[in-house]
Ligand binder design. Structure first.
Ligand SMILES: O=C(CSC(=O)[C@H](Cc1ccccc1)CC(F)(F)F)c1ccccc1
Ligand SMILES: [Zn+2]
Length: 156
């Protein structure tokens, strides 16, 4: 898969609300492959379609231990389509985040410690699960991108 250019904060695509995916076809699979390759090349743990100039409600999250979250789980990349956050814990936790669209900067962001989420996979099958900790953080970060929200609007 080819590497896609990453939109930088300030580009209009990052301020738009993403559109619902209706066609679970080979094109969607190809976009997910290109996003995954672009995320890996940028050494990220997540990437949202608007960041590669696609307006679709789709992101990838891939946790791995890193210097800021040494106990983060090693997780195979998950493709998340048409996500919903159904419930969120009242407990908030502050943590460091980066963003491929705001290169070289780190921000302290508050996120819900636990969230109940629902989304479709690349085959269009609905998944429902509870996420906690670093993976919940990545999900919330990418979910924000699909609402046109970046770290700059959330930074403490
Ligand atoms: O790998 C990164 C680079 S930034 C990154 O991977 C973003 C995802 C992310 C990093 C940290 C917390 C939440 C989300 C990717 C983005 F911007 F495309 F969504 C990292 C940064 C801080 C803590 C742990 C890891
Ligand atoms: Zn981001």
């Amino acid at each position: 898969p080819t590497l896609l250019p990453i939109a930088l904060v300030g580009e209009p695509i990052l301020r738009q609300t993403a559109i619902t995916v209706h066609h679970f076809d080979a094109e969607l699979v190809h976009l997910a492959e290109q996003m995954s390759a672009s995320m890996d090349a940028a050494n990220g743990v997540g990437i949202a379609a608007p960041q590669v100039h696609s307006p679709l409600a789709l992101f990838i999250m891939a946790s791995r231990p890193n210097e800021r979250y040494p106990d983060a789980p090693n997780m195979a990349p998950v493709v998340v389509v048409n996500p919903q956050i159904i419930n969120a814990s009242s407990e908030l936790v502050s943590g460091e985040e980066g963003c491929l669209s705001v290169p070289g900067q780190r921000f302290t962001i508050q996120r819900h410690q636990a969230i109940e989420v629902r989304y479709q996979n690349l085959q269009g099958e609905w998944q429902q699960t509870e996420l906690t900790g670093f993976i919940a953080r990545i999900f919330q970060h990418e979910f924000d991108h699909l609402q046109g929200i970046t770290l700059l609007e959330r930074s403490l």
